[in-house]
Design a protein around this ligand. Sequence first.
Ligand code: BES
Ligand code: MN
Ligand code: MN
Length: 455
Amino acid sequence: MSWADYLDTHQTRFIDELCDFIRIPSVSAKPEHMDDVRTAGQWVVDRLTAAGIENAELFETEGHPVVCADWLHAGADKPTILIYGHFDVQPAEPFDLWSSRPFEPTIKGDRIYGRGATDDKGAMLIPILAAEALLADTGKLPVNVRFFFEGQEEIGSPDLAPFIEANLDRLQADMIFSADGGQWDPKTPQLVLGLKGLTSLEITVNGARGDLHSGMHGGGVANPAMALAQLLASMKSPNGRITIDGFYDDVIDLTEEDRADIARVPWDEAAYLAQTGAPATLGEPGYTTRENLWARPTLEINGLTSGWQGDGTKTVLPAVASAKITCRLVADQNPEKVFDLIAAHVASHCPPGVTAEVTKNPGRADPFLVPAGHNATAIAGQVLEEVYGKAPYMVRAGGSIPVMTTLYNTLDLHGVIFAFGHDDENQHAPDEFFRLSAFRLGQGAYVRLMERLGS
Ligand code: BES
Ligand code: MN
Ligand code: MN
């Protein structure tokens, strides 16, 4: 049976298997799901083995495990590719905003709903199924293939750098393909030429020893919630420019050519506003919205906590106020350096009458800019053009995949995003879904990619 017939014949089983995979609530951020992340890793080991991939094994780290496997019989004259993905998922809360249960996959038409359906369980299963179909069809793969799947991407892959250092032999390859990422839309391919980095922190402002009566003490001592608001307001001007000293120092400016590439990709401001429901766009002045989304760093407040949050009025002067903040970074910014700049800003701008403390939160990623001119990118582009019938858009992504930079820096490996999710599939949000048509299309694309690389 040809690989294409094999894929068609077995698609129902593949979808059932994806359902089993989604049923495992492998939420890496929540300690109570520790065992589920491991169960998902073991599921991946078993699935790789069933596909005919060899040496599939679960490896321990300080935190969640990783899975490595390989099939290395294509011959020394053929390239070795490393395929990456993650089997952990984001928390599914708030549960009540889901139309179906997040860990009970539900199929409606072309869509399979469930946490992790697109990010990244459906997407990471694709290359495994492509390998299975090729092995069933021809008994071999056209290239040497290594698989590297992790259970801690959604918390920033904190333990992967030491794992990679200690297991260089298992990861030796000529190039990486990430099955995490996505395509422009179901009819249009894209090549992702940049990912953003991340730094994450929390600011805590302390005032009095405990909460106070706001009538008896208001006007007598400072209010930490107000001080925090003033501090936060000092970090960004209302027009969107970040006002932390040195924040933009290491940013590689967009060249005229970069800007022209970005401008070639269609942008519909009204559609973007309709999609988000925001009344207007706002970003760093001097850049288009697209440039800000893809290629300029950001500073966002992710959560604010202080004082009375219940119904009605409580006349209290809170003792504490805190803010969770993340910055998305672009090349060549460094997550630790940006943290230090923010800490210095807080120290020098703390309003009178309170103390402010800055602590690190988990979630670090170096920005990733795909080096130009590698033929892995060119070949991926050709395969996409063949499969979709049109040339891919050249894009960058606002999201992060921390390990891509780690692999690039430690193994000196060129990485290409070759993945089949889409931006509208509610990643990290309620009603996450994956398109079954993209699931099947991606399988064929991975087969063609391997064939093309091996010819
Ligand atoms: N798959 C996403 C990243 C992504 C999204 C890449 C869109 C390309 C296009 C990934 O699972 C993710 O969500 N990463 C986190 C990393 C963070 C926790 C360090 C992110 O970007 O928030
Ligand atoms: Mn992902
Ligand atoms: Mn994600």
